[in-house]
Every structure is written in structure tokens, then in C-alpha cells.
Design a protein around this ligand. Sequence first.
Ligand SMILES: Cc1ncc(COP(=O)(O)O)c(C=O)c1O
Length: 398
Amino acid sequence: MTENEMLSYRSELPTLEKGIHLISHSLGPVPRNARKYAEQFLTEWEDDSITAWQKWLPAVRSLGDQIADVLGASHGTVTILPNVSIVQAIVASCFVFDGKGPFGRRNKIVYDELNFSTVHYVWREQARRGANVVVVPSCDGISAPIDALLAAIDDQTLLVPVSHVLFRSSGVYDAKRVIDRAHEQGALVLLDCYQSAGTIPLSLEAWGCDMACGGSVKWACGGPGAGYLYVRPDLLPKLEPMMTGWFGHAHPFAFDMGPMQYASDAWRMIGGTPAIPAIYTARAGWEMIAKIGVQNIRKKSLRQTELLRELVEKREFVVNTPRDDAARGGTICFDFEGAEAVSRVLSERRMFHDYRPRCGMRVSPHFFTTDDELERFMGEVDRVRREGIEPANPSRSY
Ligand SMILES: Cc1ncc(COP(=O)(O)O)c(C=O)c1O
């Protein structure tokens, strides 16, 4: 698909008429069809009452399969869950750290300090249950510290829960190297693909990835509430989450009061009633990503992130994103004196992007972004800096 063909999808994204949207690393724009699917959900509820479940349950599975296609995984391997924090907590609840579980004496959890905070919060608290949590430092706050991470993975390591693309700098891990090293040592990898799925081609199955997670909010343009968990099918029988529920039971309608009998398929990880409205809304974004093709999205993204970096460097701002194509995700992060205040004014002018401490302004072209929008954005940065702004208190905003 050509870039012009990709740009023709702009008419499917009404948000683009309301501002310049460079924030798919945080929130993708809503596709027109999301409203159609949301309405479909309400109509089914209204018309079909309890029998609507005959449509809703297959919808959960089919969203999982749509996501599996983007992840490079087989159908039936992806479970839908509300968000990544819950996914991490469910996975954590599969482990005991006292040497008595199916993973033996392993108790080490290894990741890096550039991981997304929520992942750290979940694993850090597992220390209370005996996990040995090792947070590998980054040397520059930008690149994925792969050598230090690989060195920290040893024969005591149980799990390596890392981000494929780092939210703070858009640095990329070579996922295959992490997986290979973990497997050499008998450890598992849980790859957080939130910042890669939909913008970087993924081959989870070919890479031998054990588990992966993410959500629909960002590059997938699918909105909140439809996160996901992929598990390698042969690993699944070893996972018995303590954080569970009746949808994960082999016979939910038996309402059996004995010990949990886990479903044999990916639904053993699902817990309770899935968030059907979110699952309907999310479908439109994933459909669009699949139609356009992540290879095509990546090609355009590499060209436009390079263009953006040139625009930024021309202004002598500091770029906090790796330079090499293979080491860079879909975002360019940059900083300069007063950037936070400038960023706030730009957001007020509906030039959607964000600012994060220790990385600066995060700006992301996606398949629908024109070069002209990137130039207008940077032109506006210049204008705001020329005009000058009152310093304000840092606000708490997305
Ligand atoms: C890499 C990564 N993981 C996870 C999250 C969010 O986690 P949750 O779905 O629990 O809100 C984000 C951003 O919001 C992220 O960038």
C-alpha cells in the first residue's frame, strides 16, 4: 500500500479534522466504525436480551484472533483482558516463589528501569511473596539496555517482563535476542507490545515468545478497556492463575464449588465477565491496522520519524530517541529549555502530543499523518517560543 493510499484512511478518522494528532503512542484517534460497533453492541443488548451473549462471546474470541494476526500468533492464543496492569497481575499470580510450583526454585524477575511504571509496580510488589526483583539500570535513559539485561538473566530467572518499545524514548529491544537468552537460561519472557503492536511488525510465534501483552488504546486506535494476553500454547497448561474467575473455569455453568478446574484453552487466563462494550469498540481500530498492514505502517513511520528528527535537530533541540532505524519505534522524543510549558500551549492549540519528564515532548506520526502536519507542528513550536509564555504549575494531564 502506498503512502497516499494510507492517507486516504484519514476520512475514517474524524478526530483528524479537529486538530493535529501526533499522540498515537498514548491515544490513537477513534475510527468512524467504532461508533457503529458500539451501537451494534447496544442494539444487540436491547433486541436480544440475555441471548446477546451468543454474539458477545464469539466477539471476544474474534477480537483475540484479530490481535493475534497483528502479533504474528495463531488464532486462539490471545485472551482479552481490561489492561496491561491486570495482565501482569494475572501472570504474577501463576507463580509461587517458594520453590514448590511448576517453575521450581526460580524466583528472579528481571527487567530494566525504562520499563513502563505499571509493570514495575506489579512485579515490585511480588517481592512481598518472595520474588527477587532485579531492575537493570539504563546507561543513557534512551536505548534499551540489552547487554545489561541479557547479563542479568541467569539460571535463577523465572521471568523477564520487558517493553518491546520503551514508552519514554521509543527505544526498541531486539526481542529475539532477549527471548533466546531467556530460553538458554530456562527463563520466560513476557513482552509488553503496547508501544510496538500496530507500528512495528511482530512475529511472536516465530520468535518463540512465551507471553506478550498490550492494549488497544494507542497505535491500534481501539480505545480503552480491551487489553490482551498472548500465551505460547505449550506453556498454557503450566499456568494456573490465582487471580482467576468463572470464565476461566473449564465448566463455568456447573457453578462447581470444588477446586478451580482451569479451561484448557487461552480462556483459562480470562477471569470474570469480559468488558464487551470495549471489545466491540476496539474492533474498528484493529481492523484498520490489519487492512493497512503493519509492514506498510512501519515503512512510512521510519521515513517520517527521520524527517521529524531532522526538523528537531535543525532547531538544535536534544533528541531522546535512538537514531538507528532498528533501535527506534514510532515516536520522536525531544527536549529543550522550557519544553514542558511550550508543550502545554501546543496541546491547548489542539496539536495533540504529550510531554514526559526525562524525555521531553513525545511526537508520533502514524499511518494517517502528513508531512505537512509535522512541519506545522514544529512551526508552532517556533511560534510559541517566539511569543513567550508564562511559566505555569506542572499540570496533571494525559
Ligand atoms: C508499554 C506500556 N505498557 C503499559 C501501559 C499502560 O498499562 P495499562 O494498560 O495497565 O494502563 C502503557 C501506557 O499507558 C505503556 O506504554
